[in-house]
Design a protein. Structure first.
Ligand SMILES: Cc1ncc(COP(=O)(O)O)c(C=O)c1O
Length: 502
């Protein structure tokens, strides 16, 4: 209903981007129809387009910025066609390449609604209910994982950003000078971080961005199971202390990006506690697996973390972009980022309200919380337990099926990630690792271009393996059972072509 004092005044032609309600309704319905058709046909489409860069550019046309605007209906139809045909379909039942969730349709609708209202979640006052929806989503994610739900936290663009926030909170808490005002005092050169070699590259990027530099990282050895070697960790901390360095942070992975290995998190928590260090867990991929009754027991250690990064756009099945940073000490998180500028009006009694610009690096922030909140509400704890447990079970089934194929050598299976490679029947893998590496690299490219499935790779001890990660609620038993035949068939094809080069 229009506010009585706000009579609509028409004063000339509509702005170029204005759209009447009638036109919006018609275009919106048409687009929803197109998207629904796309979703329905996903299983019958290739998992990824086979498109050279020149073809992708040719589809767009390489002209300059249009001088005059195009008709919105034609434009939307063209855009839909371009993106349906030109992008890997992460929600395809056989799309197992990267750690990315099949996106929940309710999240897609949430994004649409969020951008229609377009609240800015910088300060509470500019988006009251939206800010509360974000606060509730953060509490619910913490609750789902068994992390204290009175922690500080916020939604981020993704896992890297959520991890950076943990890194910054740790650094502020452990620098024994006022790092926010004094910056990198000489003592910063002695701050040391402990993480395994299997850690995702957010850590290198993060140390670089915050000025510590990658040399601040002590790379801790892993065992043959690719989990952090806690003996090496203890020894490196002790050696650094003895040399006058300043250890401040232990980073554990709740599911590494390559193979899904879960570090011995309870032991890492104990070591961090004994040494008075901050304990950060990168749970971007694997933290949600804690809801599954048969998940690795070591995941429980994430509940002891001082900070935890989780990715809603991975195993919580929310469309990109949505990560989540959780920090046990809520005030500590706020103290890491808070400024109170005069241009935001803070009312009296505002103290318990969350002004999100005070909790992270962003100022203006979109309403990504809505899609997260809708997905959490829509599936509930039971829904997530089922979807994630199914993914864990299907990955184990996939691994068994791959292992039963005489032309496939399996390597690792952790959480929902399996690694394996094609080995020709008459081939002794000890003969020449390089040939097998080259064969499997070509095989991977061939599989990715073929569209029957989408896989990626992991390199373990110099060996190039294929990698399938199931964070996908559309994958079924028949999909995973189909994989060995696809890999062996395309593997034989590549081997025939390469055989001369053995
Ligand atoms: C373990 C882990 N940490 C961090 C990230 C980075 O997350 P994002 O790509 O959302 O920034 C990933 C991405 O795959 C990951 O698997």
């Amino acid at each position: 209903m229009a506010h009585p004092k706000m009579a609509q005044v028409k004063d000339g032609p509509a702005a170029p981007l204005e759209m009447s309600a009638t036109e919006f309704r018609a275009l919106g319905h048409d687009l929803v129809e197109r998207i629904a058709d796309f979703l329905e046909r996903i299983p019958h489409r290739p998992a990824a387009p086979h498109m050279a860069p020149s073809q992708a550019r040719a589809r767009l046309g390489q002209g300059g910025l249009p001088e005059t605007g195009a008709e919105p209906g034609d434009l939307l139809a063209r855009a839909a066609e371009l993106v349906f045909e030109g992008c890997r379909i992460n929600g395809h039942p056989r799309s197992w390449g990267y750690v990315i969730g099949s996106p929940a349709p309710i999240g897609m609708l949430g994004d649409f609604l969020a951008s229609a209202v377009n609240p800015n979640l910088a300060s509470w006052g500019s988006a009251p209910v939206a800010s509360e929806i974000e606060a509730q989503s953060v509490r619910w994610i913490a609750d789902l994982l068994g992390y204290p739900d009175d922690c500080g936290g916020l939604l981020t663009s993704g896992g890297n950003m959520a991890n950076f926030i943990g890194l910054l909170a740790a650094r502020r808490a452990h620098a024994d000078w006022d790092i926010r005002s004094q910056g990198l005092a000489p003592a910063a050169g002695r701050l040391r971080i402990y993480a395994s070699r299997e850690t995702h590259t957010w850590l290198e990027k993060g140390t670089e961005i915050i000025g510590l530099g990658t040399d601040a990282i002590r790379w801790i050895a892993t065992g043959t199971d690719l989990r952090m070697d806690t003996g090496d960790l203890r020894a490196r901390i002790a050696a650094d202390r003895a040399a006058g360095e300043k250890p401040f942070l232990v980073v554990g992975s709740a599911g590494t990006v390559s193979t899904g290995a879960v570090d011995p998190l309870p032991e890492l928590a104990a070591i961090a506690r004994e040494n008075d260090l901050w304990f950060h867990v990168d749970g971007c991929y694997g933290a949600p697996a804690i809801v599954a009754p048969d998940a690795p027991a070591d995941l429980q250690g994430l509940r002891e973390a001082d900070s935890l990064a989780v990715d809603a756009h991975k195993w919580l099945f929310v469309p990109l972009e949505a990560g989540c940073a959780l920090v046990r000490d809520r005030q500590g998180l706020r103290d890491t980022f808070s400024f109170r500028p005069p241009y935001y009006h803070y009312g009296q009694g505002d103290e318990d309200l969350v002004h999100y610009h005070e909790y992270g690096p962003q100022n203006s922030r979109g309403f990504r919380a809505l899609k997260v909140w809708l997905a959490l509400n829509s599936a509930g704890r039971a829904g997530y337990t089922k979807m994630i447990s199914d993914n864990l079970r299907l990955s184990r089934r996939m691994y068994e099926a791959l292992g039963a194929d005489p032309e496939i050598e399996t390597a690792t299976q952790n959480l929902s990630i399996a690694t394996f490679r094609y080995v020709p029947k008459d081939y002794n893998p000890a003969e020449d690792g390089e040939y097998l590496n080259a064969l499997n690299m070509t095989l991977l490219s061939r599989l990715q271009a073929g569209g029957e499935t989408y896989l990626s790779n992991a390199v373990i001890e110099g060996r190039f393996y294929l990698r399938a990660c199931i964070t996908n609620f559309r994958t079924r038993e028949a999909d995973v059972r189909a994989l060995p035949e696809i890999v062996a068939r395309v593997g034989r094809e590549v081997e025939r072509e390469m055989n001369g080069n053995r």
